[in-house]
Design a protein around this ligand. Sequence first.
Ligand code: HEM
Length: 465
Amino acid sequence: MLRAANNKFPPGPSDGIKRWSLGPLNNNPLEYFSMIARRFGDVAGLRVLNFRSIFINHPDTIEEVLVTNARRYSKGRVLRANRHVFGEGLLTSEGDFWLRQRRLVQPAFHRGRIASYAATMVAYAQRMLEGWRDGEERDAHQEMMRLTLQIVGKTLFDADVERDAQEVGKSLELLLELGANFRRTIFVPHWLPTPANLRAKREIAQIESILYRIIAERRASGHDAGDLLSMLLHAQDEDGSRMTDRQLRDEMITLFLAGHETTASTLSWTWWLLAQNPQVEAQLHAELDRVLGNRAPSLDDTANLAYTGHVITEALRLYPPAWGTARLALEDHELAGYPVKKGMGVVMAQWVVHRDPRWYDAPEEFRPERWEGEAPKHLPRFAYFPFGGGPRQCIGNAFALMEAQLVLATVAQKFRMRLVPGHSVVPLASITLRPRHGVRVVLEARRHAEENASVPMAKSAFADD
Ligand code: HEM
C-alpha cells in the first residue's frame, strides 16, 4: 500500500499542460490511461477545468473504493451524464431506491433462473447459424449484437425482438458512438439543443417507443410469463404502489443496453483473437469436438467446456467491455495516502490493470491457459475485474459468462472465422469497448460440422413460433 506522501493532490498529467485540455483523453483514452500508469505509477491526479479526479492503478486501492469503502462513493460523471438515457435504472440510480430495485431484479439472475435461459441462448445462436453460408463475408460484431439483443429480449422480457432488433441496434449504436465523446458527454448538458443531443434524443425516443409497446402489450394481456418483466410489473411497494411505466422503461433500457452490447463485444473480440491465434483456436475446436461431438451444447456441458470458458475469461482480460470505472466521493477521506475531497472523482481502468506485467506474464498475449490450475487464485482480487466489484458489481455476471460460453461453443462447433484482409479492427473506448468498424470476417464451415449436417436443433425457445 502507498503511504501518505503529503497532504496534496497527487502529481499527474495535467501538471504543465493546459488545464482545459481533454484532447488525449477524448482521442485515445486507452493510451492516455496506460501512459499515466507508466509515468505516475499507482496513483495520479487528473485535472480538467475545476474537476479533479484521482486515477488509481493498484488492485488493493481499487478494492478499497469498490468494496471496503463503497459507501463513500456514488457513480462517476460519465454515467451520471447518461441519466437521460438510463433514467433511474439499476446502473445509474443510487441509495435506497437502487437497493430496492436491485432486490427486485436480483431473482431473475439467480443461478437456477439463469440455468433456465441456457436453451434459449443456444437456440437463438443456432437460428443465427441457419442463415450463415460457407465462404460468406459478414461483420461478426453486427451478428453478435443482433444475437445478444434477441437473447436479452427473450430471456428477461419474453419479447421476440427480432423485428425490432435492427432499429434498436442502430439506435443503441448511435448512442454509444455519441457517448464516446467524453468532452461532450460531461460538459454539454443533454438538454441543450445541439445536433448531437437532438440525435441522441431521437434515438432514445425510438427505443422508448419499442419498450413502451412491450410494456403495454404485457399489461393488456395480463399474462404472467414468469420472466423479469412480469416480476417487475407485479412487484409492490410496502404502500401497495407498483412500478410506473417510466420506471419499467428505465430498468428495461438499462438491461437491454448493459446486457447486450457488453456480451456482444466480448464475443466479437473473442472471434478476432481466435482468428489471430490458430493454436488457441485448434485447442478450442479439439475441446468442442471431444465434449460435444456434433450435438448442440447445453447447460450440463458448460462444466466440461473448461477451455472454452478460459477463452472467454482471457478475452475479457484483454478487451474488457467495461474498460474503465469511475466514482465520485460523497465525503472527505484519504485514499492511497492522498486526501480526497467530497465531489472529487476516482477513476480506475480495467484496460490498464488487466495488462499490468506485475500480475500477468506476457500481458499483451492471448493465452487462455493462464487461467488453468492454481495460478489465478494467487492474483490480487482486483487484478481482474471485468464485472466491477462490491455492491455495484454487475448483476448479469453469471448470465453473461454462460451466454458467451454457450454462444462461442455453438458457433465454433460449426464455423471458424477468417479476418477479411485489409480490414482493420480498432478498439473504440466509448462507454464500452467495442470494435470501431466491426470485425469483418469470411465464414469457413468446419469440415467436422459439414460431415454431420443433420444436427438436432435446440427448438425449445421457439415453441411459440
Ligand atoms: C461481458 C458482459 C458484461 C460486462 C463486461 C459487464 C460489466 C459490468 C460492470 C463493470 C458493471 C459495474 C459498473 C460500475 O461499477 O460502475 C456492470 C453493472 C451492471 N450490469 Fe453488467 N456487464 C456485462 C453483462 C451484463 C448483462 C448480460 C446484464 C444483464 C442482462 C448486465 C447488467 C448490468 C446491470 C443492471 C448493472 C448495474 C448493477 C447495479 O449497479 O446494481 N450486465 N456491468
